[in-house]
Design a protein around this ligand. Structure first.
Ligand code: SF4
Length: 424
């Protein structure tokens, strides 16, 4: 763990050996991101332009969470659309008009592309520009792709946030932009910590409301809160913003290093970071202590799924004493992940990409204590008596920051405790 006296270790990147694998993959598509994004941007609506399969995916992924009128739907592409017998743009305009008449609360409408909309080459960017022209200024219409071809499910958030960037206001003030969807409670905690550190102008992307459009420009420093935002980062840099290199705010150590990186970028002395974070670090340490016995020495195996794998592996090994058998990740952004890679233990087996059968063979041979994987792999592995943790849960649950560090550890100890109870 980070020494209390100095939360600012300067890790020297050692560069763990990274193996590349290509082959069959088992991942959800980017539509899945709608499940947490629709709760975050409270007056947005996500209209998937897709097939019945897309509608089923969203409904089943989000089904348990619908408590009021949902803020997403699917405009179904029928066979006659696929056969080119109907004017898909006209139909889309009709669907959008009906939707906005029925739901005057919508301020931001995302047209979300899918595999079928890409197959028929429906230009949703053009449709969004046309519809924005019709419905602005009350409603802005943007588009992005959640298609499942060659993507993984967190790329849906990346595509959505990247679509928001050109829509942000221009700005020249020195400011901090925290990038990545965080639960409101986590965002509030971070906002308080940044204020205590003395960073005055802090904004979050995405904002909670459509009108919350943070200014961005050459004096904007941005801090990634999620590790899967490659396109969003590029779009922000195209607007002149620059990234603050940092690990991700998972666990007490990750949170401290993340805050410290922001403080350093704004010229705030390390002693201030130590003072401001002291209470949070102490609470996190107490919460983590309760889980350490359950995780120390446990052997972990990560299938590539959420792109959170590297920071999670770092947290589990450094703060909880777990052993890493293999850390798979679908994509590895070398510079966004440099600070994380430097913190992984020497000799960590890191695999980028996936060859599903080969990886399953390695997992079965290793018989890990806990396997972190996608929903599709969890049941078969459980049937083979291998305990699993669904990686998607790590996106639905608030896990960042000091106050959530214990909950993060609990997500990993729970399946192990359940297994222990079953075994009597
Ligand atoms: Fe399936 Fe593609 Fe629709 Fe995703 S976007 S549910 S992968 S058809």
């Amino acid at each position: 763990m980070t020494a209390l006296a100095s939360p600012l270790p300067s890790p020297v990147p050692r560069g763990p050996a990274i193996r590349h694998e290509r082959g069959q993959r088992a991942v959800f598509c980017g539509l899945t991101g709608i499940v947490w994004l629709h709760r975050k941007i409270q007056d947005a609506f996500f209209l998937v332009v897709g097939s019945r399969t897309c509608a089923h995916l969203i409904q089943s992924a989000a089904g348990v969470m619908i408590f009021a009128e949902p803020r997403f739907a699917t405009a179904i592409i029928e066979e006659r659309d696929l056969a080119g017998l109907a004017d898909a743009h006209e139909e889309l305009d009709r669907v959008v008009r009906r939707l906005l008449e029925r739901r005057p609360d919508i301020r931001l409408l995302f047209l979300v592309g899918s595999c079928p909309s890409e197959v028929i080459k429906l230009d949703l960017g053009r449709a969004a520009a046309r519809l924005s022209g019709t419905f602005a200024p009350e409603v802005r219409v943007l588009s992005y792709s959640g298609s499942g071809i060659e993507t993984t499910f967190t790329q849906g958030e990346d595509a959505c946030l990247a679509a928001l960037v050109p829509d942000l206001a221009p700005g020249t003030d020195v400011s901090l932009l925290v990038v990545g969807a965080l639960a409101d409670v986590v965002e509030d905690q971070f906002a308080r910590l940044f204020a205590d550190l003395g960073i005055a102008d802090v904004r979050f992307l995405p904002g909670r409301r459509a009108a919350d459009r943070a200014p961005v420009g050459p004096n904007t420093r941005y801090l990634l809160a999620q590790p899967f935002l490659t396109d969003t980062a590029r779009a922000l840099e195209d607007r002149g913003a620059s990234r603050i290199p940092a690990p991700f705010p998972l666990g007490a150590e990750g949170t401290t290093l993340w805050l410290a990186a922001a403080a350093r970028a704004f010229g705030i002395p390390p002693a201030r970071v130590v003072a401001v974070t002291e209470a949070g670090r102490a609470r996190a340490a107490r919460a983590l202590q309760a889980h350490r016995a359950g995780l120390a020495g446990r052997r972990m195996f990560f299938f590539p799924d959420s792109q959170l794998e590297v920071p999670l592996a770092r947290f589990l090994s450094r703060e909880m004493g777990a052993d890493l058998i293999e850390v798979g990740t679908p994509y590895l952004h070398r510079s966004h992940m440099a600070e994380e890679l430097a913190l992984l233990p020497d000799g960590t087996v890191l695999v980028e990409g996936q060859s599903l059968d080969d990886q399953l063979d390695r997992c079965r041979a290793a018989r890990p204590d806990l396997t972190v994987c996608g929903l599709g792999l969890a049941n078969p592995l459980e049937a083979e008596d291998l305990p699993t943790k669904w990686s998607i849960e790590l996106l639905f649950t608030p896990i960042q920051g000091y106050e959530q560090a214990g909950d993060l550890a609990g997500l990993f100890t729970r399946p192990l405790a359940r297994r222990a109870r079953l075994e009597g």
